[in-house]
Design a protein around this ligand. Structure first.
Ligand code: NAD
Length: 435
């Protein structure tokens, strides 16, 4: 490999960092990166380049509330890396969004795009706010001002946002409209995950959950498990979790538990996922009060005796405290960063197959890429074409990661990091360092 370590005076990753179990997702990313960098014998200069975010934007977002008061919010956009192409990554609205979290999520986007062969770099954005306590008009004003503040950052050839936690197609429509008003023409390729009527792709809303299903089935195949004999528990019942649950139940799996921020819902005979989706649609997105199941805690859900566990809510859910309780044979990480590095060690030890986030939830960015291609061509694909190409991309990525993990005798997570980092480092070597 052309980028092998050339300067040997000090390897940054020679002294392993202490294994952490913290809520610092950027540190979690770096710990996994270090192991992969060691395997790749990455040049120390390249190491520094590849863990350092290219741009970190922090912007004050003033919003006039419905009652006339002005409130200030913190808006963040991190572009981690642009070596493979324009940067790509979602925007999340949440009360606990932090720069470190967004930096980690942006880096994961870089490796994720590389793992699934999407020609984008990595980015992520967030606004520290509680959208559930805001009116739709307040959320719209927040979205538009955040977009306007970052107008020179975003662009179809520069940086392309998408939905993430607590953001959706409507919010992407406001990003599209605000950007288009400033550029005096409709720029639908500036954002993905938007409504189909505005240039969105069919299948994008379901893409992340569909990708989770595809890699779960691939993993089952490798372990000789049958979908129609397998039980599944899903933490998080939003865009990713609800679709993954529904599609896996269509494949014959028995979904015995799901949860959201209000708690867990369990039925040993299998839940009616479609009925639960309809319930949340009529109940402001929440499962609270759902009565056709036994109520359990989120911790109990993670420890259920199931074949497959799908964390699809948020970071740091499986930690050194509860990893030993996990009984599932397969964990498919729908969420970004749900497992801490210390938990990884415990899971590897007990033989749990973890399909890592940068592979398992890459279906979303894959169809976002398809959406961007369609917008730029002004020619839109059928759902069948989108799903076939998505399924192929996810199956190939799973096989590549599986083979890398066997080749280097490492977990799937480290195998995925090795593949992703190798690709970006090779591209960086080809482009060279400008200046
Ligand atoms: P969402 O807002 O649609 O849903 C999040 C769900 O998690 C909700 O049901 C919420 O109630 C639940 N939740 C929140 N905190 C919880 C807790 N402590 N315990 C249990 N449940 C909790 O978000 P989403 O788009 O489904 O994203 C979920 C995860 O998937 C995030 O980590 C996100 O970064 C990741 N992801 C999303 C996409 C995508 O296309 N939407 C793509 C890749 C990765």
């Amino acid at each position: 490999m052309p980028f092998k370590r050339s300067v040997y005076e000090r390897s940054i990753y020679q002294e392993p960092a202490p294994i952490r179990d913290s809520d610092d997702p950027f540190q979690s990313m770096v710990e996994r990166f270090d192991v992969a960098a060691e395997i790749l014998e990455l040049d120390p200069g390249f190491y520094e380049y590849l863990i350092t975010p290219a741009h970190v934007h922090i912007t004050a977002v003033p919003v006039e509330m419905d009652d006339g008061r002005v409130k200030m919010y913190e808006g963040i956009r991190v572009i981690h890396n642009e070596v493979l192409g324009p940067s790509k990554g979602g925007i999340r609205f949440a009360p606990d969004v932090s720069v470190d979290e967004v930096k980690a999520l942006a880096a994961w986007m870089t490796w994720k795009c590389a793992v699934v062969g999407v020609p984008f770099g990595g980015a992520k954005g967030g606004v520290r706010c509680n959208p559930k306590a805001m009116s739709p008009k307040e959320v719209e004003r927040l979205t538009r001002r955040y977009t306007a503040n970052l107008i020179d950052v975003f662009g179809p050839d520069k940086d392309i946002p998408a939905p993430d936690m607590n953001t959706n197609a409507q919010i992407m429509a406001w990003v599209l409209d605000t950007y288009s008003m400033h550029s005096r023409r409709t720029e639908n390729a500036v954002v993905t995950g938007k409504p189909v009527l505005l240039g969105g792709s069919v299948g994008r809303r379901e893409a992340t959950g569909r990708g989770v299903m595809t890699v779960t089935l691939s993993a089952m195949e490798r372990l000789g498990m049958r979908a129609d004999e397998s039980t599944v528990a899903v933490q998080g019942f939003g865009n990713v979790g609800s679709v993954a649950a529904q599609l896996l139940s269509e494949q014959g799996c028995k979904i015995v538990a799901v949860s959201d921020v209000t708690g867990g819902y369990y039925n040993a005979d299998g839940l009616d996922v479609q009925a639960m989706i309809e319930y949340t649609e009529a109940n402001n997105g929440s499962l609270e009060g759902y009565s056709e199941a036994q109520v359990i805690t989120n911790d109990e859900l993670l420890a259920l005796d199931v074949d497959v566990l799908i964390p699809a809510a948020k970071e740091d859910q499986i930690t050194k405290k509860n990893a030993g309780n996990v009984k599932a044979r397969i964990i498919a990480e729908g969420a970004n960063g749900p497992t801490t590095p210390a938990a990884d060690d415990i899971l590897n030890e007990q033989g749990t197959l973890v399909i890592p986030d940068i592979l398992a939830n890459a279906g979303g960015v894959t169809v976002s890429y398809f959406e961007w291609v369609q917008d730029r061509q002004g020619y839109f694909w059928t759902l069948d074409r989108v799903n076939r190409r998505l399924d192929r991309a996810m199956r190939e990525a799973f096989d590549n990661v599986f083979e890398a993990s066997e080749q280097y005798d490492v977990s799937l997570r480290i195998g995925a990091y090795v593949l992703g980092i190798d690709k970006v480092a090779t591209a960086l070597q080809m482009r060279g360092i400008y200046g």
